[in-house]
Ligand binder design. Structure first.
Ligand SMILES: [Zn+2]
Length: 282
């Protein structure tokens, strides 16, 4: 049996004028990126029979219902959320070449960011959302924010994917950061599923957006570590990064083919179910 587990999560988040920050990306991104991506990624996963999770910004659910329904019906996707409209939930102060500073949303505006996508996915698709990826991810995830974990609990989400930066508020995140329960904070039923290594956008911005070949080599190296050490890796790609310099998703195809060989692929929710079933501490 394969030891390592790969959870592929696509953050589907294109909001023209805001997400991604085109100044940061250094080029313009087509406005119809989300629609194009959802169609292509469904076909690819159906063909290769690899499961993945789509983390959808709630404000784009209504205009993509047929495409999301097709993803749901394919049986290869979990559909979860990436908040309502992609604002930073915690403040980011990057110690990186870019010195990014993103002030976190005021507390009184956080609840609706988590609540509204839950309603929207239920209303349009009959989907019970069980997890959230928080925009930009943070050092220590929500370990220092029980006030936000309370919203995660209130809306019946059972995992968060929010730990995706190291103590420099940047990448990479160490492999030692493995999924953990928010027990100390008083939320023993909520699982953190961290994004380790580099977020795709960070690595690719530093090394060149067109440099897919080197990025793919890096991904394969990480997969070898995951397989060798029996780790869990949540990998992130985005709608816009996946299509950037690769409209046919050829490099994503190569990633999925390599993943099929090397590791076990699960949706985030399936991984949560497994962790929950094998727990001995509660
Ligand atoms: Zn995002």
């Amino acid at each position: 049996m394969k030891k390592g587990v790969l959870l592929i999560g696509y953050d589907v988040e294109r909001i023209p004028g805001r997400v991604p920050g085109e100044k940061w990306v250094g080029r313009s991104i087509p406005e119809n990126t989300t629609a194009v991506f959802l169609e292509k990624i469904r076909r690819l996963h159906e063909e290769l029979e690899v499961p993945a999770t789509i983390f959808m910004v709630g404000c784009n659910v209504a205009q993509n219902v047929p495409a999301l329904a097709a993803c749901r019906d394919s049986g290869w996707f979990e559909i979860a959320q990436h908040t309502w409209s992609h604002y930073p939930i915690k403040t980011i102060v990057e110690d990186s070449p870019y010195k990014v500073f993103l002030p976190g949303l005021p507390f009184e505006k956080i609840e609706e960011q988590i609540a509204r996508p839950v309603e929207e996915l239920q209303k349009h698709l009959g989907i019970t959302c069980t997890g959230v990826t928080l925009p930009y991810c943070y050092y220590r995830g929500l370990a220092d924010r029980p006030d936000i974990l309370a919203f995660v609990r209130k809306y019946n989400l059972h995992y968060v994917r929010s730990y995706g930066r190291n103590h420099h508020d940047y990448g990479p995140v160490s492999w030692d950061v493995q999924p953990f329960w928010y027990e100390r904070q008083g939320f023993p039923e909520i699982l953190e599923i961290p994004i380790q290594g580099w977020m795709d956008a960070q690595w690719r911005k530093e090394h060149g957006w067109e440099n897919w070949s080197a990025y793919h080599d890096w991904l394969k190296e990480q997969m070898a570590v995951v397989a060798e050490r029996g780790l869990c890796w949540s990998h992130v790609q985005h709608d816009w990064t996946s299509l950037l310099e690769d409209e046919s998703l050829e490099w994503t195809r190569r990633l999925l083919l390599a993943a099929r060989e090397k590791v076990e692929c699960l949706t985030h929710d399936a991984f949560y179910q497994r962790m929950s079933a094998t727990r001995s501490d509660v």
